[in-house]
Ligand binder design. Structure first.
Ligand code: ATP
Length: 516
């Protein structure tokens, strides 16, 4: 939702005489700026309050209440008694909602102000609402600035700078738009700082500053502690086999085109990749950002629950909000089961994981934004059934061990990557000897072989890989039961990432092994 829609919502609520709104945002200054015209339109006075400054009437010639009511209960008492038609923005109020007196008084205010011409707007960077207030307060999540708002900021800055230093801003309209797009995910003041830094660094603001803005954004997103900008490179051809999955991804990619949106295609929700370790789940996630030319954000479920960076639910809400503001984006959740284990019982951690999971599920269900979730999992038992229901992910893919054909493909991918000339090799023998190997194990055998040939000062040969392979006990041996469970679960519930043709070969290759 864009900021205009949120302002419309606030306007409607104020007209409908809702007494207390809670705006979740880091950007109190932006809210103040946006509320000015709204208050004028509604013919209301606009007040702001902070614990340090007290109550101030904005744009008033004389501030008769200036520096009064530093105490939160006092300011609420004043608001209840005041007879004007006003909007009161109380900043950072979440801090005071720990105090039972403040909570009680705010509850009274909600009742007393009903039907009056006064509204209280609480602003806070996070949602912290005690149970007593949950029914009395309307919560509004303020989105981060969109491209248009950032473009306005950039134009204003460019105009100001150009007046005193002509020639500093060297941007075509399309480049300015790209710069504004690069700043998505930042607050207005963070974007202002990023643009200023770009100007100060070499006294010019031009198209090459995009990487500075992106770097600034990376730093800021990293500070959130939950999301990480993940470098995405490679092509789908770097993923050996998995042709059904790759084809599905190619079809889904089209849905992000403007023409597809005009056609009425909904934004894809995402995909769950389920399968044995080392079979290319993370690899697919890593390349897809690059292939689709979208940033790749990795969500670390572990740090959502770590308690180091605020409450778990709030961390989840913030992470999803940030991802939405950067959209179109690929949001990668690695080993989702680790973050969700315990959510079905809800007992191990007083229900925190259930609530965090609930926040995520609701978001997945209602999501309209262009955030494509790519979640990976190894263990089916730990995944709550609600996650697997239709409407959450567009598709669930099962990644089995690579088939004969796919193993050959994977060998080629990794040999090529290391500039090894295999044109004269009989890859059939490697394929034969790597039955039940995962992609990761195939890669590992090539690397091991390179080590020993380098150590022995010999040219690299196929034989080196065969020796390396004979020393590897494939994980499928120790992971056998889990893999069987996964296979039987996936049989009627998930789509195979491999082509049916390669599946047949897979069966054949297993049979071959038994015969041996
Ligand atoms: P885990 O569940 O353990 O994270 P995963 O399925 O996500 O396993 P990846 O991280 O994708 O496994 O694989 C590890 C490495 O193995 C990859 O970086 C890649 O080099 C290699 N690999 C695995 N599968 C393939 C494949 N199909 N094609 C090419 N390389 C592969």
């Amino acid at each position: 939702m864009m900021i205009e829609d949120k302002l419309k919502e606030i306007d409607t609520l104020i007209r409908a005489r809702y007494s207390v709104l809670y705006l979740v945002t880091h950007e109190e200054h932006r809210i103040e700026t946006l509320m000015g015209p709204l208050a004028r339109q509604l013919k209301k006075k606009l007040f702001t309050w902070t614990a340090t400054e007290g109550l101030l009437e904005l744009n008033a010639e004389v501030n008769k209440n200036n520096a009064q009511f530093h105490d939160p209960t006092e300011v609420i008492n004043f608001i209840i008694k005041d007879e004007s038609s006003s909007i009161f923005i109380l900043k950072d109020f979440h801090i005071f909602l720990e105090d039972p007196h403040v909570v009680r008084r705010l509850r009274d205010a909600e009742y007393e102000l009903k039907g009056s011409l006064k509204s209280i707007i609480l602003t806070a960077p996070k949602l912290n609402l005690p149970l007593e207030l949950q029914k009395s307060v309307t919560i509004i999540d303020i989105p981060l600035p969109d491209e248009a708002e950032l473009m306005d900021l950039l134009s204003t800055m460019a105009m100001t700078v150009s007046k005193s230093n002509p020639g500093v801003v060297q941007l075509k309209k399309s480049e300015a738009r790209e710069l504004a797009r690069a700043a998505r995910g930042l607050t207005l003041s963070e974007a202002e700082n990023a643009f200023s830094k770009a100007i100060v660094s070499d006294r010019v603001l031009n198209a090459s500053d995009i990487h500075l803005v992106l770097e600034e954004k990376r730093q800021i997103i990293r500070k959130s502690g939950v999301l990480e900008y993940y470098p995405s490179d490679g092509a789908l051809s770097d993923v050996g086999g998995l042709n059904q999955l790759k084809e599905w991804l190619n079809i889904r990619a089209q849905a992000f085109l403007p023409e597809a949106q005009e056609y009425g295609l909904p934004a894809p929700k995402g995909v769950l990749l389920l399968g044995a370790p080392g079979c290319g789940k993370s690899l697919t996630a890593k390349v897809i950002g690059n292939v689709w030319k979208m940033p790749l954000l990795k969500l670390d479920f572990g740090s959502i629950f770590s308690g180091l960076v605020g409450s778990s639910e709030e961390n989840m809400r913030q992470a999803l909000k940030t991802a939405e503001s950067v959209a179109p984006v690929v949001l990668w959740i690695d080993e989702i089961e680790k973050g969700l284990s315990g959510s079905s019982s809800g007992q191990s951690d007083s229900g925190t994981s259930t609530r965090v999971f609930g926040t995520f599920l609701t978001w997945m269900q209602e999501k309209k934004s262009q955030v494509f979730v790519i979640a990976t999992a190894n263990q089916i038992q730990q995944l709550p059934p609600e996650l697997l229901r239709r409407g959450r992910f567009d598709e669930i893919f099962f990644l089995d061990l690579p088939s004969e054909e796919e193993r050959e493909d994977i060998f080629k991918v990794h040999l090529r990557k290391r500039n090894i000339d295999f044109s004269k090799w009989d890859l059939g023998s490697l394929v034969e000897k790597s039955i039940e190997f995962s992609g990761a194990e195939i890669e590992h055998s090539i690397v091991e072989a390179m080590y020993s040939s380098f150590y022995g000062k010999r040219p690299f040969e196929l034989k080196d890989i065969e020796v390396a392979m004979s020393n590897i006990v494939p994980l499928s041996t120790t992971y056998k039961e889990n893999l069987e469970d996964l296979r039987s679960w996936a049989k009627n519930r998930a789509r195979l990432a491999h082509t049916p043709k390669s599946l047949n070969l897979q069966k054949k290759s297993r049979a071959t092994k038994i015969e041996i």
